[in-house]
Design a protein around this ligand. Structure first.
Ligand code: SIN
Length: 301
């Protein structure tokens, strides 16, 4: 995979007027999904920079930073600017900072966390806003994260299908990914998880609209995903499969996807309500350690 398997299509400069800074932050919208932001140190943001970043996040649902030097405290401080931190129930926490979930794959592990298309926390009644992922240790090659846009997936549907889906809701669940139904994936922390399957089983399955109006952007986005959506409300799982599979195929069309290649100092901040992501598991025998902070969200309508 090349360094840039995506293409910058718009580049905007956000000046730091009103502050003492001389440099200016640049926001480059990528052709698949997301925007890359350069010329900024996210440990020390001026109000103008923060507002520019917030607009980029709202508009694109995904932002990337390069060459950041974040300690765990910096990571937590940046996250707190966006809202309340969700303490992860299924992944191992950082030894010193419970706010940070460890997304680690050890040399001897075969499975990774997030190794399939999904959006996090759709199994919650109030799904998390999104996550801020910081690269700590990377394999020599591989370990990219792929992202896709659920705004673009929705926009690409025909008007008739949009209208039908807008009247529908779907049942989501953590039972199969994290609960006892997930089999031996839970035991012994395989893939970096902790074995609290009973907590997953105890969660009541939420019902969310299939098309949500995004709480920040006001745009419509498709809100089902292969990892956690069980079936449409009042439809059997069997009846739901063909339409869900059709939507899942549309969601990962090449033109909606950005393949993000991590480097030391890279940070990704994604919106769970507007994107899906997929951590590539193509670096067997090597270690990868990422630090993830997830932000609390709200009920979706
Ligand atoms: C995840 O949160 O699904 C993991 C993403 C990654 O490790 O790239």
């Amino acid at each position: 995979m090349t360094e840039r398997s995506f293409e910058v299509i718009i580049s905007t400069t956000v000046c730091c007027k009103g502050s003492n800074e001389e440099k200016s932050m640049e926001i480059s919208r990528l052709s698949g999904v997301g925007a890359e932001i350069t010329g900024v140190d996210i440990r020390h943001l001026s109000d103008n920079e923060y507002e520019g970043i917030k607009s980029a996040f709202t508009e694109n649902g995904l932002i990337f930073f390069r060459d950041q030097h974040l300690t765990e405290e910096d990571h937590i401080a940046f996250a707190k600017r966006w809202g309340e931190i969700n303490i992860n129930r299924f992944f191992k926490a950082n030894d010193k900072y419970p706010e940070i979930a460890m997304v680690t794959k050890e040399e001897h592990q075969e499975q990774n966390i997030g190794g399939g298309w999904h959006t996090d926390h759709s199994y919650d009644q109030e799904p998390a806003l999104g996550s801020i992922l910081v690269a700590k240790e990377l394999p020599e090659s591989g370990g990219d994260t792929w992202f896709t846009s659920m705004y673009k997936a929705y926009d690409s549907l025909s008007d008739g299908l949009k209208e039908t889906l807008e009247r529908m809701r779907a049942v989501h669940s953590a039972h199969y990914a994290f609960g006892t139904k997930s089999g031996d994936k839970q035991s012994g922390g395989t893939g970096g998880r902790i074995g609290n399957a009973d907590a997953a089983d105890a969660l009541e399955n939420p019902v969310h609209p299939v098309v949500i109006t995004h709480p920040m952007s006001g745009r419509k986005a498709l809100y089902v995903n292969r990892a956690f959506t069980l079936h449409f409300e009042n439809w059997s799982e069997e009846d739901s499969v063909p339409l869900l599979e059709y939507l899942y195929d549309i969601a990962i069309r090449d033109e909606f996807v950005t393949k993000f290649q991590w480097r030391p100092g890279s940070v990704a901040f994604w919106d769970n309500r507007a994107t899906w992501h997929y951590a590539q598991n193509d670096y067997q025998g090597q270690r990868r350690e990422m630090h993830r902070i997830t932000l609390e969200g709200c009920a979706l309508g």
